[in-house]
Structures are given as structure tokens and as C-alpha cells.
Design a binder for this molecule. Structure first.
Ligand SMILES: Cc1cc2nc3c(=O)[nH]c(=O)nc-3n(C[C@H](O)[C@H](O)[C@H](O)COP(=O)(O)OP(=O)(O)OC[C@H]3O[C@@H](n4cnc5c(N)ncnc54)[C@H](O)[C@@H]3O)c2cc1C
Length: 467
């Protein structure tokens, strides 16, 4: 592949990237480092949702809460409590006060051209950018267009037109509602319930099905529900909104309570009232406004990979992953393929890793028992309790947590691991390496965990499998 960097001034680039989130940025940096010209288009903040409205602010809020909780559950240390204003100021600092200039400078220093505005396709290898000043700029890509436009929230029909919070409001919270209803039971709902409770809201969760974090090992929901309840969260399973009223609702700006109280009637014939409601009902790839019709494609064509060679979709926009690190993995794979830098593995060769930063943390890699069986594996499993591990009991006096591993009977290698407990997010990588490296259980037994650390949970897990 040769670079056409000399055509910059004609708005012709080797690659045009739509969306400057972590995945688009990674692709742009990697390809620019090889001498290619890149235009990267962003209609909101350069750095993407991850940097300002998702991963970073949520973890900036959750980490001090975890530290404070630890002090409250460990004798020999004075209790530390959360100071709401200080916590919000800490969050603001971590999101750089929503100023993306440093991020733009970094991209420009790496040789990328940052274009502000809303991008849409305008035919083969052509992108038009509708700028903030109503201008239209026409970009051409000689090598390819990469779509990394992220996601947009799902809004159940009953909430359409009602001003409520989405995850951006929750991560950017300024005005802490006295009572907060959270609709949903996935990672965003559970994490937001944790930080909003710590900030002082009385949180009630309305969950359509019977579990938190559906899709994880079933014990995760029970354990997490118990801990959230102890923290003061009121959880209602099998509860779905059927009617919503907010007569004085209005958009007051990001993170502000959106008008007067909101009332929700449910399928269980209950009525819930609160000062604010957070919709955490999932997100879908943000592709509808990209004008795929101009190249004869539908959004489904794109999501199902029926695309021409010059068009690539990565990260959340691809619909394959909903995690920053997995999208970045996908981007690194594409760069390697495009630059012809040796063979690449199929995207699904890397086990998916995920941590939900609740208290306790929920860390997961690869398969659950159910998903492994569905994928056709004959499996054996082992479970162990963190409360029986000395190292874990030194982290918290009243440590709560459980771990489960799923092993392929045929190869004796790990297929999946779920670790729920204190700081398990940091422990997960051992399991990830075991899976990616296809290390047999017998070899894993030679990896002796240090006493007294929580990693000794591995001894309990592996001892379930005879030599
Ligand atoms: C509350 C919350 C917490 C999360 N926490 C974590 C976490 O801890 N760890 C983790 O791995 N993942 C987490 N996620 C998921 C993570 O945020 C996403 O996986 C990640 O942001 C995906 O990166 P991306 O580059 O694909 O998209 P994004 O970060 O969404 O970036 C896409 C960018 O494209 C821009 N864009 C879209 N359309 C256009 C257009 N037509 N023209 C110009 N620009 C456009 C958008 O403005 C945006 O800046 C969290 C998500 C939420 C909601």
C-alpha cells in the first residue's frame, strides 16, 4: 500500500475515519505511524463516549467509592466517607472538564487531520462532513473508509418523548436527584446504581427479567443483588414500565434533573415516583444517519458484513463488541491486515474480557458454562468461595465473592472464568492468559499463587480437577 499524503489539500486521504472514539483514534494512530494520510471526523468530542461519558467518568466515580467502602469494611482504619462535591470534581478532572483540545493536539501531532462535523457517506469512498457552521466538506478516501461511530441508546416506546436520563447524564451527573429510578439491570445500570447511591440518591431498580447482569454465570446476580440491597438499593425483578408521566419534564442540560417528578406505572400494578429516571436499556450501533443508501447498502448489510472491501466497521459500531478494549483489539487486527503485516487470527480468536466495577467487582472472560455448552463443548466446572481464601479476607473483613471456571473436557484447557470479589478486575488477566495461551489445567497447577493473596482462589478452583 502506498501513501497519497501529498493530496491532503484536495481533501483526499488514504483513509477517512468516521468517529474519534478510542477505536477510531487507535486505527488512525496506527495507520498514520506507517505514513498514511488520515482524516478523522468527529461531531461531538474527540476522544469519544468512552473518554467523556462512559468508561472514564464511570470509573472515576466508582474507584473512590470502592476505596471508601473498603475502609468501612476493614478494622484498624478510620472510616472514609464520600464527599459528593469532591467526587464530582474528581470526575470532572478525569474527563478534562469536557475539553477535547489536548486530544485533538495529540492526533494532529501524530499527523492526522481532525475534521469537526457530522459525517455521512456520499457514494463509493466518499464522505461528506456537515460542519458546525453549516458548511459541507467533501472527503475522498483512496484506501478505505472506517466507521467507528459508536452507539446510541435504545429507548423503549413507553419512554419516547419523555425527558429522562441516559447513561451520559448519569456519568455527567451534576444535580443528584433525591430519588432515582433505574430501568435496566445490565452493567451500566448496576454501576450507576452503585455511584448514585454513594452520591446520596435513593435508588430503585426496575428490571424486566429475573436477574442482574443477564448472560453472566447465574450466581453473579444473586451475589450482586444482595450487595446492592445492603448498600440501600431497592431492586424489583420482573417489573416493566407500562405508563410513564412527567408533566413538567424539560431538558435542563446534561447531568441535570430534567424537570418535575416522574411517575411510572408497571406491569406489576405498582406506581413508582422519583425526581429522575435513568434509562439503562441498552445501546445499538449508531449507523442510521450514515447514509449507507448512497452505496446501495442497509444498516443490516453493514452489521452482517455484506460490505465492499473499502468499507470497514469497528468497535461498538460493528455490533460485535460493546467494550473499548475489544474494539481496540479489532482495530489492531484490521491495521495488521491492511498493512499486510503477517497473518492475523480471526477476530473471535481472542476471548472477550469484561469487568463490571460494582462492589464486589464482576470480572469475566471467555465462556460461561451455558455459553460453552451452547457452543458445543463438553465441559467440567469448578467453583470456589473468596471468603475461604486468607488473602481475600485480608482485603476486606467481611469479604464476599465467588469464582467459577469452565474447562473443556477434550483439551483440559480453560474456556471461561468468572470472578466476583474484591479487586477481581485486576486478577482477571491470569485467566485471560490461560485461555488465550490454551494452558492445560495440569500446567496451570504449576503457577503457584502467592500467600496471602486473593489469587489463591486458583488453588481451590484447580484442586477440583484430579491429576
Ligand atoms: C456508562 C458506560 C460505562 C462503560 N464502561 C466501560 C468500561 O469500563 N470498559 C469498557 O471497555 N467499556 C465500557 N463501556 C463501553 C465503551 O464506552 C464503548 O465500548 C466504547 O466507547 C466504544 O468505543 P468506540 O470508539 O467504538 O465508540 P465511542 O467511544 O462511542 O466513539 C464514537 C464516536 O463517534 C462519534 N460519531 C458518531 N457518529 C458520527 C458521525 N456521523 N460523524 C462524526 N462523528 C460521529 C461520536 O460522537 C463518538 O465520539 C461503557 C459504556 C457506558 C455507556
Amino acid at each position: 500500500m502506498t501513501s497519497t499524503a501529498s493530496h491532503h489539500e484536495q481533501d483526499q486521504f488514504d483513509f477517512v475515519v468516521i468517529g474519534a472514539g478510542p477505536v477510531g483514534e487507535l486505527f488512525g494512530h496506527a495507520v498514520a505511524a506507517e505514513g498514511h494520510s488520515i482524516a478523522i471526523v468527529e461531531h461531538r468530542l474527540v476522544g469519544g463516549d468512552c473518554a467523556y461519558y462512559a468508561c472514564k467518568p464511570s470509573k472515576a466515580l466508582l474507584r473512590p467509592i470502592e476505596v471508601a467502602n473498603n475502609t468501612q469494611h476493614l478494622s484498624g482504619v478510620a472510616d472514609t466517607t464520600i464527599v459528593a462535591d469532591d467526587l464530582l470534581a474528581h470526575r470532572d478532572a478525569k474527563v478534562k472538564h469536557y475539553d477535547d483540545n489536548p486530544q485533538i493536539e495529540t492526533l494532529e501531532q501524530a499527523g492526522l487531520t481532525v475534521v469537526r462535523g457530522h459525517a455521512r457517506l456520499a457514494g463509493e469512498c466518499a464522505v461528506e462532513v456537515h460542519g458546525p457552521d453549516a458548511s459541507i466538506r467533501h472527503l475522498r478516501a483512496t484506501h478505505g473508509v472506517v466507521v467507528t461511530s459508536g452507539t446510541t441508546p435504545n429507548i423503549p416506546p413507553v419512554f419516547e418523548g419523555v425527558p429522562v436520563w441516559d447513561s451520559k447524564d448519569a456519568t455527567a451527573v451534576k444535580d443528584v436527584p433525591t430519588r432515582l429510578l433505574i430501568v435496566g439491570g445490565g452493567p451500566v445500570a448496576c454501576e450507576a446504581a452503585t455511584w448514585m447511591t454513594a452520591l446520596g440518591s435513593k435508588v430503585t431498580m426496575l428490571i424486566r427479567n429475573g436477574e442482574l447482569l443477564a448472560g453472566f454465570e447465574p450466581f453473579v446476580s444473586d451475589l450482586l443483588a444482595e450487595q446492592l440491597t445492603q448498600a440501600g438499593v431497592d431492586i424489583h425483578f420482573f417489573t416493566e414500565a407500562t405508563q410513564v408521566r412527567r408533566p413538567d419534564g424539560m431538558d435542563m442540560g446534561l447531568g441535570e434533573v430534567k424537570g418535575g417528578p416522574i411517575t411510572v406505572r408497571t406491569n406489576t400494578a405498582e406506581t413508582f415516583e422519583a425526581e429522575e429516571l435513568l434509562l439503562a436499556t441498552g445501546r445499538r450501533p449508531d449507523l442510521e444517519s450514515l447514509n449507507f443508501e448512497s452505496i446501495g447498502l442497509t444498516v443490516d448489510d453493514v452489521l452482517e458484513d455484506r460490505t465492499p472491501d473499502w468499507l470497514h466497521t469497528l468497535g461498538d459500531a460493528s455490533g460485535k463488541y460493546r467494550l473499548t478494549h475489544m474494539g481496540k483489539f479489532q482495530a489492531r487486527q484490521l491495521v495488521q491486515r491492511l498493512l499486510g503485516k503477517g497473518p492475523t487470527s480471526p477476530d473471535d480468536a481472542a476471548p472477550t474480557t469484561q469487568v463490571v466495577f460494582t462492589d464486589p467487582q464482576v470480572a469475566f472472560v471467555g465462556h460461561t458454562e451455558e455459553s460453552a455448552r451452547e457452543a458445543g463443548y463438553n465441559v467440567k466446572t469448578a467453583e470456589a468461595d473468596f471468603a475461604k481464601v486468607t488473602g481475600a479476607t485480608l482485603l476486606r473483613d467481611d469479604v464476599v465473592g465467588r469464582a467459577k471456571i469452565v474447562v473443556d473436557q477434550a483439551t483440559n484447557c480453560l474456556l471461561g472464568a468468572t470472578l466476583v470479589g474484591p479487586e477481581t478486575g485486576e486478577m482477571l488477566h491470569a485467566a485471560t492468559i490461560a485461555i488465550a495461551g490454551q494452558v492445560p489445567v495440569d500446567t496451570l497447577k504449576l503457577a503457584v499463587p502467592v500467600f496471602p493473596t486473593a489469587s489463591e482462589i486458583w488453588l481451590g478452583l484447580l484442586s477440583k480437577f484430579e491429576d
